[in-house]
Write a protein that binds this ligand. Structure first.
Ligand SMILES: Nc1nc2c(c(=O)[nH]1)N[C@H]1C(S)=C(S)[C@@H](COP(=O)(O)O)O[C@H]1N2
Ligand SMILES: [Mo]
Length: 426
């Protein structure tokens, strides 16, 4: 009794929420875009994560100089585009919430649970990612990066399972065929194992395709007349416009070509001291005194050997100039002309080996910026500088005066400001 009452309720709910935009084809089209965006975010996210926390065997490319800038720009832009795509997808599959019976088999339960996990993890992931671009670390005291990293595996894992389970439906609705038939088309394979075969009540094959096949039927309930087609088109147009507008109005923070349109970008390039944005000022980092002290010096150490350099002594060394973008994990980036001492050259003053790994310290105490490790591929690179000047002027105090690290294709968080020491550790 209770069971059949529940089934009736579920049926009614499902009929109530049926609409032309809620069709399997819509779900597949949006799923493709969303799947692509998730994979792009996952790969670029892994790149960013391991640059900051490399495994011992990892070696990273140092060129082109814009590699990280583009990768992280794509990461954040694709992540933002996921909002309308994911909401659209959830809209399209909403009736699936009211399947009856709610659970048909242990496998079906597993599949529904994995989708619930997938949706929840995705919503949390893109939300904390968006908050991060606005520097709102609301999930404190958790580490944003760790949570974002762990959730990405939950998402990719459940996405792979989801795609595997839905493969017959995805294959069937991959192409637009105009008819989206409720009945199998004449060209469809028939028989108990054919994809898309209609409901087979009571049939227990134990195969994934069995309970998956039954799914499209109710979604195709809406009549395929002109107004339904219009409704569908309106639905897709809305998502397309929302996605396009979001990309157009935020991507300018990462891609200079869209700069004039960056209305939604949290940080506007071209602002800040010397025309470069600043998240953490010298005052907020508590380094104003130490960084402007006349007796500041940079200590360079290799085992027993050490050398100290005042700002004037650094200026007296051979200077090189490099145009390198500063690319924050938050998505904003900006290229600038940096001038200073090449790291490789500086290390020769303590006879360090060419392929040294170094530990860099900042005057800033007790923060994630206090210590930064730089692997040898970056130490070796021509474009890695102890920078003293920015766009032809002495580095602003907020940009790391007296000296900061500038390095090609590494996240902004590793571009340490207000240097105090450099130590060869391997
Ligand atoms: N010592 C120190 N170095 C630092 C930072 C900082 O807060 N303190 N910020 C880092 C970050 S997150 C980025 S993106 C770049 C540029 O940050 P800024 O906007 O704070 O200058 O510098 C990096 N170097
Ligand atoms: Mo950053």
């Amino acid at each position: 009794m209770v069971a059949s009452g529940l089934q009736r309720t579920l049926h009614r709910a499902r009929a109530t929420v049926a609409s032309p935009s809620r069709r399997t084809r819509s779900a597949v089209v949006l799923g493709r875009l969303l799947g692509l965006a998730f994979v792009v975010c996952f790969l670029s996210g892994m790149y960013s994560h391991f640059l900051q926390q490399p495994l011992p065997w990892m070696v990273f490319p140092t060129k082109p100089v814009w590699l990280y800038q583009v990768s992280q720009g794509v990461h954040v832009t694709a992540g933002i585009a996921c909002f309308p795509l994911l909401l659209g997808k959830l809209h399209a599959v909403f009736p699936e919430l009211f399947q009856s019976p709610p659970v048909r088999s242990p496998l079906h339960l597993l599949e529904r649970a994995s989708i619930a996990l997938f949706v929840a993890a995705s919503l949390v992931e893109i939300t904390i990612g968006l908050l991060n671009t606005y520097q709102l670390y609301a999930w404190f005291p958790f580490s944003f990066r760790r949570l974002h990293f762990v959730l990405s595996f939950v998402i990719i894992g459940s996405l792979a399972l989801h795609i595997a389970v839905k493969l017959p439906i995805i294959a069937r609705y991959w192409r637009r065929d105009g008819s989206d038939p409720a009945e199998p088309r004449p060209s469809d394979p028939v028989g108990p194992d054919a994809p898309g075969t209609a409901v087979r009540p009571g049939g227990v094959t134990g195969r994934l395709s069995h309970w998956v096949d039954r799914e499209p039927q109710p979604l195709e309930g809406a009549s395929d007349d002109r107004s339904a087609a219009l409704g569908r088109r309106g639905f897709f147009a809305t998502i397309a416009v929302a996605t396009g507008a979001l990309i157009l109005f935020t991507a300018g923070q990462s891609f200079s070509i869209l700069r004039p349109l960056a209305f939604f970008a949290p940080r506007l390039p071209g602002t800040g001291p010397q025309g470069l944005p600043v998240n953490h000022t010298a005052a907020s980092a508590g380094v104003v005194e130490a960084a402007s002290a006349d007796d500041w010096s940079l200590e360079v150490r290799y085992g027993e050997r050490s050398a100290t350099f005042s700002r004037a002594e650094l200026e007296a060394l051979p200077q090189v100039e490099e145009t390198i973008p500063l690319a924050c994990v938050e998505g904003w980036s900006q290229s600038a002309r940096w001038r200073g001492v090449r790291m490789r050259d500086l290390l020769t003053h303590v006879d360090a080996p060419a392929d040294a790994t170094i530990r860099v310290r900042s005057l800033q105490q007790r923060s994630q910026y206090t210590v930064m490790i730089m692997p040898s591929e970056f130490v070796l690179d021509d474009a890695t500088l102890v920078a003293l000047e920015l766009d032809g002027q002495v580095l602003d105090l907020d940009h790391g005066y007296p000296a900061r690290i500038i390095c090609s294709s590494r996240p902004g968080v590793l571009q340490t400001k207000w240097l105090s020491s450099i130590e060869v550790i391997a």
